[in-house]
Design a protein around this ligand. Sequence first.
Ligand SMILES: Cc1cc2nc3c(=O)[nH]c(=O)nc-3n(C[C@H](O)[C@H](O)[C@H](O)COP(=O)(O)OP(=O)(O)OC[C@H]3O[C@@H](n4cnc5c(N)ncnc54)[C@H](O)[C@@H]3O)c2cc1C
Length: 236
Amino acid sequence: MIVPTRVAGLEALDEFLPLAGSAYARDRNHDLGVSRRTVSGLSPYLRHRLVTEREVVGAVLERHTLGAAEKFVQEVFWRTYWKGWLEQNPEVWRRYRRDVDRAVDAGVPAGYDEAVAGRTGIDAMDAWVRELVDTGYLHNHARMWFASIWIFTLGLPWHLGADFFLRHLLDGDAASNTLSWRWVAGLQTAGKTYLATASNISRFTDGRFSPEGLATTARALDEEPLPPRTPVEAAD
Ligand SMILES: Cc1cc2nc3c(=O)[nH]c(=O)nc-3n(C[C@H](O)[C@H](O)[C@H](O)COP(=O)(O)OP(=O)(O)OC[C@H]3O[C@@H](n4cnc5c(N)ncnc54)[C@H](O)[C@@H]3O)c2cc1C
């Protein structure tokens, strides 16, 4: 359980420090379920500013060389990169919110209610829905598989999946969430999608799941061209 205090965040950081080097680089893609020993679990603390990226990276580099901790440091910077990208492209957020509101007004598509209730019949998806709703967390790899199955196997709109995540994740973040969903859908890196496969899921869940009937192709979604980037004003 996440205790939402700075003290708990600093304790979680301290506990993770020994694993931030080669162990993280080796094991981070493995989703071991709620035991979660392969990753830091720091995202809710970072998201709510109970600990900062500077503190996390500083403590890690006191313990490990940059070479050993490079993978972890890179992941922390993904968050920073996404924040800056969305700040310069606010139209992406406006369109996302507009599309969620429209779907709510018009009525959600067939299959949505079953998906968010954990009743798709795809065991992995249904288990991840329960884990997300019960704990407010999913491993990064599970988030990628989930988004891919949502979009390409279930054929549901990406923005409704992103909205479901944002309402349940304790680390729910406008930039990391929206842009990661867009990346899976082939919108963020135009034309490049992420296709979840049973073999990859089985390998990285240590055989806990091996879902059948997943999409075998993932055609990128497309969108109206985005307006030019908005320069961000420097803070005083
Ligand atoms: C579809 C999808 C939705 C996501 N939604 C969110 C979200 O709402 N909020 C959020 O913070 N992250 C999101 N992520 C990124 C990532 O899954 C989480 O940051 C990570 O799982 C958090 O667990 P952790 O703290 O144990 O990560 P660790 O692996 O221990 O990483 C340390 C820190 O680096 C940052 N980080 C790690 N991986 C990423 C990444 N791929 N993108 C951005 N930052 C990263 C996080 O702040 C994290 O706490 C999403 C990824 C996907 C594929």
